[in-house]
Design a protein around this ligand. Structure first.
Ligand code: HEC
Ligand code: HEC
Ligand code: HEC
Ligand code: HEC
Ligand code: HEC
Ligand code: HEC
Length: 268
């Protein structure tokens, strides 16, 4: 099995190399032709990845499964056969919707909210947050976001209790369910009948605003604490660096109603 796997990889490596060596498109279509070193690097990233362990190899993504044609730069369609839910949700959030509409990928240059100067031309696709060859989810959960996002709320995250929980985990292969990363709130894990998947629609928990309360905060905090935090604009801006001070009227009303109802019940 192992040797069969390796021969497939070697074949594809050679195929890729030959492609880059002889292709008239090399310089036209791709700014930097791939060097032997880059290939080695890609191979090493892949070898240490979850994909290598699961026998997902170069050809799983770089070869059209029907025509067997080589795909030099695969897109999200190469992930779909194995990660349908992630691809679908990604395409319906702000990050992915342009691809869904067959437009060029979203870049920070198009944004209204503050973005890092150095990232203005970076395109968003499956490769952006977790390098597709390493498929790293820990880097994807915070550091990748901060390579683009540059608004006060995002920048303040690292000072929060939530961030401390995440940092305390050290080098786990995946963020755990006990910590809170940017992704915990914006790309929440969701349960379907047979598995948990990461909802890649980064607009989902923002609209309506209190969806995040039920989907995320209440896994760890009470309802009142959560509502009073989410609707406190200052607390959102500082990325939840103190206890909530807000006392939402609706919650007061619900409480009064509950009190009245229970006192009526005891009178009956
Ligand atoms: C999980 C799917 C997947 C696997 C497995 C995979 N690749 Fe890729 N690869 C991609 C995607 C997607 C891109 C395009 C990235 C981008 O958008 O620039 C890519 C890009 C590349 C590139 C072009 C890089 C560039 O900058 O133009 C090379 C070369 C490459 N892969 C080689 C390999 C080799 C060799 C292997 C096996 C060791 C491999 N890939 C395994 C998905 C994969
Ligand atoms: C042939 C099937 C297959 C293809 C194609 C594939 N994957 Fe995977 N992927 C897997 C399997 C199997 C796992 C490990 C089990 C799991 O967590 O589902 C995995 C895990 C992952 C993980 C989680 C890694 C971790 O450390 O837990 C990420 C991220 C990922 N894949 C991204 C991608 C992206 C992006 C693409 C397309 C460029 C892609 N995959 C293409 C099968 C595939
Ligand atoms: C905005 C950043 C970002 C982009 C873009 C992105 N991902 Fe992810 N992805 C993440 C993060 C963060 C996690 C881990 C979240 C967690 O574990 O809580 C993740 C996890 C995953 C997993 C593991 C899910 C699981 O349930 O085990 C897969 C598979 C995956 N991504 C595939 C993709 C595919 C396919 C694309 C392109 C359609 C993509 N990702 C684009 C950030 C991103
Ligand atoms: C390549 C740069 C880039 C990366 C990496 C990135 N984003 Fe974004 N993100 C953007 C851009 C551009 C927008 C659109 C902003 C606008 O339209 O003003 C955006 C929008 C958002 C929005 C607002 C969505 C909405 O519907 O208004 C959220 C939330 C968000 N990103 C969270 C994240 C998180 C969490 C991560 C990491 C897991 C991440 N982003 C990674 C560039 C990026
Ligand atoms: C504990 C949950 C939580 C964490 C952690 C978190 N956010 Fe947010 N984020 C929110 C809430 C709540 C809002 C405000 C929603 C609103 O205004 O309707 C928000 C808003 C945003 C927006 C602005 C969307 C817009 O259109 O104005 C971006 C971008 C964003 N977050 C990115 C990030 C990044 C990047 C990180 C990590 C560095 C992060 N967030 C960490 C909860 C969180
Ligand atoms: C995985 C569990 C978890 C999730 C999910 C979570 N938190 Fe927290 N949160 C904690 C822990 C643990 C602390 C630190 C100890 C404490 O204050 O309870 C904390 C602290 C806080 C604090 C106080 C910070 C301080 O400095 O005193 C606020 C406010 C807060 N969270 C709001 C939220 C909101 C709003 C959400 C949802 C958008 C959320 N949290 C999601 C676990 C979580």
């Amino acid at each position: 099995m192992k040797s069969a796997l390796y021969s497939t990889i070697t074949r594809l490596l050679i195929l890729l190399l030959v492609f880059y060596a002889v292709s008239p498109f090399t310089t036209a279509a791709i700014a930097d032709p791939i060097s032997q070193e880059q290939l080695e690097e890609i191979h090493q990233l892949w070898q240490a990845s979850t994909h290598a362990l699961a026998e997902v190899n170069c050809s799983s993504c770089h070869q059209n499964q029907e025509t067997k044609a080589l795909i030099v730069k695969p897109n999200q369609e190469s992930c779909r056969s194995c990660h349908e839910a992630e691809v679908e949700t990604f395409l319906f959030g702000k990050h992915g919707i342009r691809l869904h509409e067959n437009l060029s990928p979203l870049t920070p240059a198009m944004a209204n909210i503050p973005m890092k100067e150095s990232a203005l031309e970076k395109q968003i696709n499956c490769n952006t947050c977790h390098d597709v060859h390493a498929v790293n989810t820990v880097v994807a959960a915070v550091d990748s976001c901060l390579s683009c996002h540059n608004d006060p709320h995002s920048l303040n995250y690292k000072k929060s209790q939530h961030s401390k929980l995440f940092l305390a985990e050290g080098k786990l292969p995946r963020p755990s369910v006990e910590s809170v990363t940017c992704a915990t709130c914006h790309l929440p894990r969701q349960e379907t009948d047979d598995k948990v998947f990461v909802n890649h629609n980064n607009t989902y928990t923002l609209l309506p605003r209190d969806r995040m309360v039920k989907e995320v905060c209440m896994n760890c905090h009470g309802m009142e604490y959560s509502y009073n935090s989410i609707f406190d604009d200052e607390l959102v801006e500082t990325n939840f660096d103190r206890l909530p001070k807000l006392h939402l009227e609706t919650i007061e009303l619900v409480r009064k109603l509950e009190k009245r109802r229970s006192s009526q019940e005891t009178q009956d």
